[in-house]
Design a protein around this ligand. Structure first.
Ligand SMILES: [Zn+2]
Length: 568
């Protein structure tokens, strides 16, 4: 009797009260779940997704008296995007005090110099901010004649490891045809035997060019916070910072303590490998850091070594020589030069083994093909000792792939972090350096995906705050567009057989990037139980005209259920 009474009371109770914090409905929500389902509505509670489905079902089942309900009027919603490769603090500081111009031609550089000369006293240095020569319209490194547009000022051009100087800068620094080359560097000469202004690994000869700009700890926290806000405005809800030192970790931790992280951050610890191997190994062993340490806001991802230089500056370690065009583009005087390997294979093995033994996910900056091969040799040695696939170790950049390297990655379960934006910006110049045939496996996205290799999309953003003109542009929609079209800035489609679909490009900036960061159980798609990280955009990613993809703009970025940028 009594039991029946209780049972009837239970049956009379209403269903648990629906009480979502937020419902977005009348939308086109691209979930990026395994079936790539598109739904109309999504419900969010306490920062997590509680349900997805039709507008009618979600409003009926999830709406409570305090639920905020937003009719999106048919707008498209994507999972919050992840840029797997940025350098947030460096980028944040680059325009913290001043705005940098977009320098895409020698004429633009000359305008910059003339404007700078007008605003400062005669005799003071003008340093042209870092610019990558393949991105200059002229595809050549500026010489002293190009920089001689402000006769009263010494001018230096920052091309990373190669610098340019004007006539006055050479004179003030005492650089003449008789000046000996510094160790490992070169004062490049013109046809007349005089220095032509190009200084390879020799910028230290410029007396007074490098400013002593310093930033306080508080400046760094503010600059990083601002940069992360700009990422959120671009539709990103997670980034991978790819080269942190203990100083940078401290800056990120300060922002986190203040609860001012507008995106989730996964940190890659880059160690300085240019030291005796015993020293590097003992630093790894002594460190308290390892992969997956941290929480859902700030955590450690990979351990990184920089193995070669950059294709943009003629130091990527290649299987083939840079050839005669390398002289024009990089001021390279040896046509047989193949770039530079910074860490020899045996040393790399010992460093990576120590990191593996500490539980790290492994990666290395490798752009040239020969550097990729060295890294994969080391991965294979480690893989023979103990399979490495569970560590989700990966190739970073891997610009000049090969069929053989692809097969080895597939066999070992090695992932990749790619920069498809370089297809657009750098192919026209690189094609002239190496020849079209050597561009066959330049970011071979189709080949990766067909082999089941997980591909994470990244920009390698390092300088500038503007998502479209920064070096490198971090607008995720531009980078997805570049992955889909493979269209260079000269209009050529480079190896169309390596094109991928819109769905695949979106996965590179969502679920696959999350997988590389060990976050696929909580992010990367819009499914019940996962964090409510998403971006509302101004047009339909799946059906807009192909060239419109790069012009997509976020309307609102939602992180952990809260609008961190824009308006709903
Ligand atoms: Zn990088």
């Amino acid at each position: 009797m009594r039991r029946e009474f209780f049972l009837s009371v239970l049956l009379c109770l209403p269903a648990p009260a629906a009480d979502a914090d937020l419902i977005l409905h009348h939308a086109k929500i691209i979930t990026v779940d395994t079936a790539f389902r598109v739904v109309e509505a999504i419900a969010i509670k306490s920062g997590r997704i509680t349900a997805t489905g039709t507008s009618a079902d979600i409003l009926r089942a999830e709406r409570g008296p305090r639920t905020k309900v937003v009719d999106l009027g048919g707008k498209t919603v994507l999972p919050g995007l992840t840029d797997a490769h940025v350098h947030a603090l460096e980028a944040g500081l680059s325009e913290y005090r001043k705005t940098l111009p977009a320098l895409d031609s020698i004429a633009a550089i000359q305008d910059y110099i003339r404007a700078a000369a007008r605003s400062r006293p005669k005799g003071s240095w003008i340093v042209v901010p870092r610019t990558l020569p393949p991105r200059l319209r002229e595809k050549r490194f500026p010489t002293k004649q190009d920089l001689d547009v402000a006769a009263d000022h010494p001018v230096a051009f920052d091309g990373s490891y190669v610098w340019g100087a004007n006539s006055l800068a050479l004179k003030m620094s005492g650089i003449t045809r008789d000046t000996p080359n510094p160790p490992g560097g070169e004062i490049v000469k013109g046809a007349d035997g005089e220095p032509n202004g190009i200084l390879r690994n020799a910028s230290q000869l410029l007396k007074g060019a490098v400013g002593s700009e310093t930033f306080s700890d508080e400046d760094k926290v503010a600059a990083l916070g601002k940069m992360l806000q700009i990422y959120a405005a671009a539709g990103l809800t997670a980034v991978g910072d790819r080269a942190v030192t203990p100083m940078e970790v401290a800056v990120f931790e300060k922002l986190k303590q203040r609860q001012e992280l507008p995106v989730r951050v996964t940190l890659t610890w880059r160690i300085n490998a240019a030291r005796p191997v015993e020293q590097v190994v003992s630093e790894i062993r002594a460190s308290s850091w390892t992969t997956n340490q941290g929480d859902d806001w700030l955590r450690f991802g990979a351990f990184k070594v920089t193995l070669d230089g950059g294709q943009s500056v003629g130091t990527a370690y290649q299987r083939m020589p840079y050839g005669p065009f390398g002289r024009q583009l990089y001021g390279q005087t040896d046509p047989d030069a193949r770039g530079t390997l910074f860490v020899d294979p045996e040393k790399l093995y010992r460093i990576m083994r120590a990191a593996r033994d500490k539980g790290w996910q492994l990666t290395a900056h490798v752009q040239g093909g020969a550097a990729i091969d060295v890294l994969l040799d080391v991965f294979e040695r480690l893989d023979r000792e103990k399979p490495i696939s569970a560590s989700r170790s990966h190739v970073l950049h891997g610009s000049f792939m090969s069929e053989d390297a692809l097969n080895r990655m597939q066999r070992m379960g090695v992932l990749v972090d790619v920069q498809p934006g370089w297809l657009h910006f750098d192919v026209p110049a690189l094609e002239r350096v190496f020849g079209l045939e050597h561009m066959r496996y330049f970011f071979p996205l189709r080949s990766y995906i067909d082999r089941g290799i997980i591909v994470a999309g990244g920009s390698d953003h390092m300088i500038g705050h503007d998502k479209n003109t920064a070096v490198n542009p971090f607008n995720p929609f531009f980078n997805m567009w570049a992955s889909i079209t493979r269209r260079t800035r000269e209009g050529e489609v480079i190896y169309p057989e390596e094109k991928i679909t819109r769905q695949e490009a979106l996965k590179m900036w969502t679920i696959w990037a999350a997988y590389l960061q060990f976050r696929e159980k909580t992010g990367g798609s819009l499914e019940p139980g996962k964090f409510a990280d998403m971006v509302v955009i101004d047009r339909d990613y799946l059906s807009c005209a192909e060239d419109d993809i790069r012009r997509i703009e976020p309307v609102a970025t939602i992180l952990n259920g809260k609008t961190v940028w824009g308006r709903l």
